[in-house]
Design a protein around this ligand. Structure first.
Ligand code: SF4
Ligand code: SF4
Length: 152
């Protein structure tokens, strides 16, 4: 049975005033922000790769070390209301935090709209089936794994 989505709190509550559960529930579980990125210093271009942080379960697209992530991964993007504005350029265009911060709304496949965590996978938004773990990639070959589907 479809879960009730309840009140659409993100429409009436500024990001900085959301409760911790509301803030956490905005994450759609796509896993895109857990992919390694490359910043080309000469052009300042930021690109995504399909190479996932080793703590991402690439099947479920969930972090296996969520509570310890700040001490385990120096590249982990730990979003909060206070740092979101400075991190927006690092987030994919589909990210709920970015969408809301930029005045947008949540898409139909977002779990808060659909009532199902699976909808982000069914819609082809998550990295499920497309990511590889960093443990199976030579760091020197990261550029071979650049993809353009994550940004949009
Ligand atoms: S890109 Fe945004 S919505 Fe997707 S997992 Fe990361 S924080 Fe959550
Ligand atoms: S440690 Fe951070 S980057 Fe790595 S899987 Fe967890 S949330 Fe994603």
């Amino acid at each position: 049975m479809k879960k009730s989505c309840g009140e659409r709190f993100w429409k009436g509550t500024p990001l900085e005033e959301m409760s911790a559960p509301q803030w956490e529930s905005l994450c759609d579980g796509c896993g895109r922000c857990c992919m390694h990125k490359i910043l080309f210093e000469d052009t300042a271009e930021l690109v995504y790769t399909r190479v996932a942080c080793r703590y991402l379960d690439i099947a479920s697209c969930r972090c296996t070390a969520y509570r310890r992530r700040s001490s385990l991964s120096v590249e982990c993007l730990i979003l909060s209301p206070s740092n979101l504005s400075s991190c927006l350029h690092l987030l994919p265009g589909t990210c709920a935090y970015r969408l809301i911060a930029e005045g947008g709304d949540l898409p139909a496949w977002h779990p808060l709209i659909s009532g199902s965590r699976e909808s982000v996978h069914r819609a082809g938004i998550s990295v499920r089936g497309r990511a590889v773990s960093e443990d199976s990639v030579d760091p020197e070959e990261l550029e071979d794994h650049i993809v353009d589907w994550i940004r949009h």
